[in-house]
Design a protein around this ligand. Sequence first.
Ligand code: CDP
Length: 227
Amino acid sequence: MKIPDIIIAIDGYSSTGKSTLAKKIARKFSFLYLDSGALYRGVTLFAQEEGLINRISIIDPSLKEALKGLELHFDAEGKLCMGPRCIEQQIRSMEVSSQVSPVAAVPYVREWVDEKLHEFGRRGRIVMDGRDIGTAVFPEAQLKIFMTASEEVRARRRYDELVSKGESPLLEEVVKNLRERDYIDSHRETAPLRRAEDAFELDNSDMSFEEELAWVQGLIQGKFGIL
Ligand code: CDP
């Protein structure tokens, strides 16, 4: 069956499992998966390495100019690279998580990332996850999903993920980071995190991944007739 050129936007709070779901859908329908958060994380790592953000997250305005020399792309495995260097592991660290939301609240950073997302997403047939995909980046997306889950469930997921990658975070730190990011992401002036009016809401606090997938596949089948 011919699969139409659709864009699926998956937005929501931190650690709601957006990327796991997005990747699975992309694989199933042979869509391109784009992780917009990875780009904000990549810009944050760049600002840290260039000394353009201080310990209390004050950003040096020269970041705007410096971004002209930043090259971020995804490799064949979907891992983020900065020029020739794979930075997938560094961008998932607590160090980057603790400063990404202030960086992502800067309008010129959002413009820089949006331009990249449109460039990567030119061909259609994409699943993109983030905070503002259905509201600002691709408001024309044919299917929008907004994900939520209880704070407890989200913190535990993120904690387990960090531990499995060899980090040793404190659970309280993880909770604090989720709260801070959700607050900054929902209250910033440019493209704040919110549910698009035409988005389907998915609260997966008490759902298994299989149930979640069945729910989304039901939506996709109902809307586009593809299984
Ligand atoms: O995976 P997780 O939920 O931790 O977040 P992410 O998708 O990796 O995004 C990291 C951060 O990037 C978010 O907390 C936002 O501050 C920012 N972001 C954004 O502002 N807009 C997007 N479309 C995606 C991410």
